[in-house]
Design a protein around this ligand. Structure first.
Ligand SMILES: Nc1ncnc2c1ncn2[C@@H]1O[C@H](COP(=O)(O)OP(=O)(O)OP(=O)(O)O)[C@@H](O)[C@H]1O
Length: 515
């Protein structure tokens, strides 16, 4: 398939507003593509490169930004050729790499029509303006392959991503869905939570439920098959090698064929209180000296769910039943603390749940999760059956650009431009902040944002909109300076969230609606 066709549909999809029309356009495109091309079609439509980071920054892009390279008159670039070039780009390293990257990108742009150049540029700068494309693409695939969207969605959650499932159903139809079941060893998208204002409100919404402590660490999904143990993050990255102590914990469980869901945290040996999220994140993030990092900050895995045990999938069982299985696998010290509220109409039980929440905060944890006792594990969804309660309300925003620091912060990337997701798939800037950033956080973001840079005027560095930051704020105020007409009051950074994707950031509508 030609890239021109994807560029054309990408434009059409952005231009129509009816969801059903977008799905129809995508279904036609998937029907035209060869099944094995569908993973690339999905990636390019949603602005992702299968190669991940390919090291093409502003210094290379400025050589090709239109009109620097005259567009080709006729389309001839195939998806395969684009993919090959991206793979070559990802492999470039060492001396002369910038010249080599420029040469490759230049050749690609010279072969592209105007339309294609625009799409390539959007791919390389990470700027995608297609609201919620992943969900629409899934329905487009379902329509093209004539399989029910709900069944396809479930297969995708269990497989971890759409492209391999799309390729299979487009080639073989519905029968291929049977292959994508819960398998120990294959990470599934974790279940997520909605927000509730208080524990009492959450209990009122859920009925019989359990209140659990919300630990402030890194989510882990641990798979064990015989001696093979795998540890995955919330975004399904494999971090097994970085967490030897979690591997040891999983090996010590007197059972096999299981998937555990939990959080890694660290406890201060002197006080027994949890250490800061930032320290845990930097420990989990360090790939080089794992043994040294382990010795400095040993982590503890604490689990709250089990998705499979003895090789048998448990996700459709009620939460309480899964918990009983979990209690059979792990000692209480490796499970989150919890309190069952069997009768939500009993004020004493609700009061006890509120006390559990305050006590959890007093012990240094982040908040609580309230979960319906009969809730199945809905992979990949923000279920209405898991509600989180936190004392401070925070926003997840995306870094759009960053200003170079001065004075004490010279040489560091400091003042962050913060964006919320907009309905069209782009981002709306809501304000700037350099508050709340510790020296460690500044160093970390300088490195990470340097990798994401796409444009630099010597003062402000524009970046691929990929880094999520968790922001505390004191409310919104009207502002004519920002495109949404509002800005954040006293925004401060609580933490970087490299474990979250930009597509998971808060939307402008939500933020305005909530204030
Ligand atoms: N007992 C628990 N049950 C479920 N999740 C828990 C628990 N304790 C801590 N967590 C963490 O809280 C998160 C649940 O909240 P949510 O689904 O909103 O994810 P999130 O967006 O990562 O949350 P947050 O930004 O509040 O950490 C999980 O991803 C997990 O990392």
């Amino acid at each position: 398939m030609l890239l021109a066709r994807v560029a054309e549909v990408s434009r059409e999809v952005a231009a129509v507003s009816a969801r059903s029309r977008k799905i129809r356009l995508l279904a036609e495109l998937f029907a035209e593509a060869e099944p094995e091309e569908s993973p690339l079609v999905i990636a390019y439509l949603s602005g992702r490169l299968p190669q991940g980071r390919i090291g093409v920054g502003w210094s290379v892009l400025k050589e090709v930004v239109p009109p620097a390279v005259p567009p080709a008159e006729r389309p001839g670039l195939t998806l395969g050729r684009v993919n090959e070039t991206m793979t070559e780009l990802a492999a470039v390293s060492g001396a002369g790499s910038r010249a080599e990257r420029t040469r490759l990108v230049h050749a690609l742009f010279a072969a592209a029509t105007d339309d294609e150049q625009q799409l390539l540029l959007r791919l390389l700068t990470g700027e995608v303006r297609q609201g919620a494309l992943d969900a629409v693409a899934l329905e487009g695939v379902a329509q093209a392959a004539t399989v029910p969207a709900a069944e396809l969605r479930r297969a995708v959650m269990l497989e971890g991503s759409l492209p391999p499932v799309a390729q299979a159903v487009l080639a073989e139809g519905a029968t291929a869905l049977d292959r994508f079941t819960l398998r120990v060893g294959n990470p599934v998208q974790p279940m997520l939570a909605h927000t509730a204002a208080s524990v009492t409100e959450a209990i009122g919404a859920l009925g019989p439920c359990v209140v659990e402590e919300k630990l402030d660490g890194i989510r882990v999904q641990v798979h064990r098959r015989g001696d093979d143990v795998r540890v995955h993050t919330r975004s399904l990255d494999d971090i097994t090698d970085r967490l030897p102590e979690v591997v040891a914990t999983a090996r010590a469980v007197p059972a096999d064929g299981f998937i555990l869901d939990g959080e890694v945290i660290a406890l201060d040996p002197a006080t027994g209180r949890p250490v800061s999220f930032q320290s845990i994140a930097s420990r989990v993030g360090s790939r080089t000296d794992v043994a040294g990092a382990h010795a400095t900050l040993p982590l503890t895995a604490v689990f709250f769910d089990v998705l499979a045990a003895d090789g048998e999938g448990l996700i459709d069982r009620p939460g309480q039943e899964r918990h009983e299985v979990l209690a059979g696998l792990l000692p209480a010290s490796q499970r989150v603390r919890r309190l069952v509220v069997a009768d939500p109409a009993d004020p004493a039980q609700v009061e006890a749940a509120e006390r559990f929440f305050t006590d959890t905060l007093a012990r240094g944890h982040e908040g609580a999760l309230v979960k319906a006792l009969d809730a199945p594990y809905v992979a990949g969804r923000r279920g209405r059956t898991w509600l989180k309660v936190k004392p401070v309300h925070t926003l997840d925003l995306v870094v759009l650009a960053v200003e170079r620091g001065h004075g004490r912060r010279t040489g560091l990337l400091s003042n962050l431009h913060l964006g919320a997701r907009a309905a069209d798939g782009g981002f709306v800037m809501l304000g700037k902040t350099f508050k709340g950033l510790s020296d460690d956080m500044l160093r970390w973001q300088t490195e990470r944002l340097g990798e994401l840079a796409v444009e630099d005027d010597g003062f402000t560095v524009r970046v691929r909109p990929e880094l999520v930051v968790e922001i505390a704020y004191d409310g919104l105020q009207a502002s004519t300076r920002y495109p949404g007409g509002v800005t954040l009051r006293f925004a401060r950074v609580l933490r970087h969230r490299p474990d979250k994707r930009a597509s998971e950031a808060d939307t402008v509508e939500d933020i305005i609606g909530r204030s």
